[in-house]
Design a protein around this ligand. Sequence first.
Ligand SMILES: [Zn+2]
Length: 567
Amino acid sequence: MLNENKITKRKPKTTISVTCISGAQYLPVGPTYSHTVTQIHEPAKLLAAITSQSHHLDEIVYFFPWPILLLPLYFHFFTLTKAMASHQCKTLFHSISIVAVPNVYVSVLSFSGFLSLPLVLASANGFSEHTNFLHSEILKDEAVARLTELGKVSDSEEFLVRTFQSPASVRAGNLIRRWMEDAGLQTWVDQMGNVHGRYEGLNPSEKALLIGSHLDTVIDAGMFDGALGIITALSALKVLNIRGLLGKLRRPVEVIAFSDEEGVRFQSTFLGSAAIAGVLPVSTLHVHDKSGVTVQGALRKNSIEITEENLLQLKYDPESVWGYIELHIEQGPVLETVGLPLGLVKGIAGQTRLKVTVKGSQGHAGTVPMNMRQDPMAAAAELIVLLESLCKQPEDYLSFDGHCKASEVQSLAGSLVCTVGEISTWPSASNVTFTIDIRAMDNLGREAIIYELSNRMYQICDKRSVLCLIERKHDANAVGCDPELSSKLKSSAYAALERLSGEDPDDVPILMSGAGHDAMAMSHLTKVAMLFVRCRGGVSHSPAEHVSEDDVWAAGMAVLAFLETLM
Ligand SMILES: [Zn+2]
């Protein structure tokens, strides 16, 4: 099991072996015999080779120019080991060959006894800085500093709030754009206010990987929801940029900070991602907020002109997109409970909202006897208890014939969540209304639950002689994450945890997302995959929302590991 302790106590697993050779002749002075292919004569080129050809270091020979001088010897070993330590590829440590130029072979041998001292010193120095090799200064320190800075960009002085196209949202967009440029990306803002940063890579015509999350927040929000997914992606790209590896990406990579996911201002979620996915109805432009400003008007206020025609043009061509990944705080307690920082999202649950009205009669508490009463409140209570027990043990209620297969019941048992939201009585206690929220990964299973629940609810109402009305207010089908993309993302998360802990981590757990995310809208455009990051107490949409610094680091490392698979 990986915990914060283990991350901070990480140790490199590998050892350095240095082989000293003269010309074509191999004379090992270290514990390992090395073979060589590439010949390098200048220290600067060696460093470039280390940072750019990490996987081929077995093949590098470095021609050490003046082995008879101890000082340059120390310097060269120091530079070497520092460069090796600052690199994250563990295979790197296996094989660097230090080569004396021809004809000074004897000198090398005579100094071989001294080799160990500078090597040990240099190694110690290199390893003392091996946090570099894990890029903690970018993936952890800077990422946390940026999250904190972005968390202060708010429309209120008392709490964090950024709604669609509010002044703080525009400032946040500008800040994110600057960080995108710092990572070496080309940036622009589209006509729905989404902020884009893109690097074309080796093949600009290849299908692009999109990475995103949202820059808007709820009212009195925490600083990680949405922001974490944007900032970890930019940190990972910045690491590649600094290492000179951005140009090696085999396909374009684009980070998108979506302008609206929470839907606070216009009560309409996914304005940003739905526009990119091409599933935002054009009528949305005319939806207005509480003060009468339309979506179109809010954009115009920030000098962004959008018409119904160019909203349609915002849709990406599915042929130009390879896939979409999103990293988000879990907003639940599962990862904290199992003690792991990252979890793979299997899918985003489908959702149905029901409104139940129970009509009874307003019998006087003192005059209508118990056997003649039609108390809707007691009926509602029985309906709510039914909901709870049905969703806790769906297998006890659903029949295997007709409506539901055994496999659906089984998948339901793992993902089904049902709760009651608002409950009200009016007038007095004669009518009770309450809302039900049902979420599950399996769409057919969810339908089976709604069918069974409605039947049994009507039976209870008949028995109690009250009238019941069940209305369906909202439906959204579940979104399954793409198995292949998910498997790549899971391996990257595993690799990240392995790098940070220096040992084999526990397997990355698989979770279901009960909450909606931009990935839900993006699934209409391309295959999607998601990673969840542990948050304290499962708390979100609150200033108490918290992700530890080491978990931010693990998240950034996972994105980095994923990007490295594109090289
Ligand atoms: Zn979110």
